[in-house]
Design a protein around this ligand. Sequence first.
Ligand code: FBP
Length: 281
Amino acid sequence: MKEKLKEMKERIMPGGKTMILAYDQGFEHGPRDFLEHPEGGKFEYILDIAKKGSFTGLVLHAGLAEKYASEIADSGIPLILKLNGKSELYTEEDPFSPQLYSVEEAITLGAVAVGYTVYSGSKYEDEMHREFSKIVREAHSKGIMAIGWMYPRGKAIFDRKSASKTLKMALDEQEQTNQAIDETPSIVAYGARIGLELGADMVKVKYTGSPDSFRWVVQSAYPTKVVMSGGTMTKTDEKFLSRVKDVLAAGAAGIAVGRNIWQRQDPLSISKKLHQLIYGY
Ligand code: FBP
């Protein structure tokens, strides 16, 4: 299985670099993400961007993966099946995103990797850590990759009174940079490290604001590969491209982004620029 896993990694990360198109937001955020640019709500449009933009992976939940199984297979783009999910209608301070599909089902749908969101810091973290570690073991035993969306979140992360040592560090960072707590280097690096400890092949994390701070995140997860998640669409292509430059300079393997691609008027133009930054052509 080690050989198969190596092969899957090379498909998603040719030459150690990766450019993944994330399309699980319809579940996580709902159709509001498609309001300004309605084509983004149609899977045919997304698959076309993935193909023409030379993306090396496409993240989906099982519904679309099943309905478009033959189109995805024909495209040759590696499928990353997201195994858990929750809607934003659920507004509890401590998030929980339960596993909905199995590794076996992902393989049947043609996935070369599985993804799972871990909200460390939530009062339900034990359950998510347990589910993800089981997924990692099963994925590896079957020769496919496991990717962790490492997003520390929950009431404890914002509770100054009972602040952990890490949160105190994060609060100091916040004072200097005005960043959201869950985007401070201390919190993001901790999330990335948990991904490594749980066995992830790759972790997807928030941008921390600078190459130096992101370098700490990359070092914390090493040898697990780190990719930056996109966040809300930036006003200009240049602003987003400069973040990507920062994380690549910090040693990230690449990106796994959605809205900054398919919410843009010209998704192929930014995709080409990203490809140039990540692969050099
Ligand atoms: P974006 O690039 O659009 O931010 O997508 C990255 C992602 O991790 C998605 O895979 C996921 O659906 C979403 O962000 C979760 O967003 P949030 O941070 O709002 O929970």
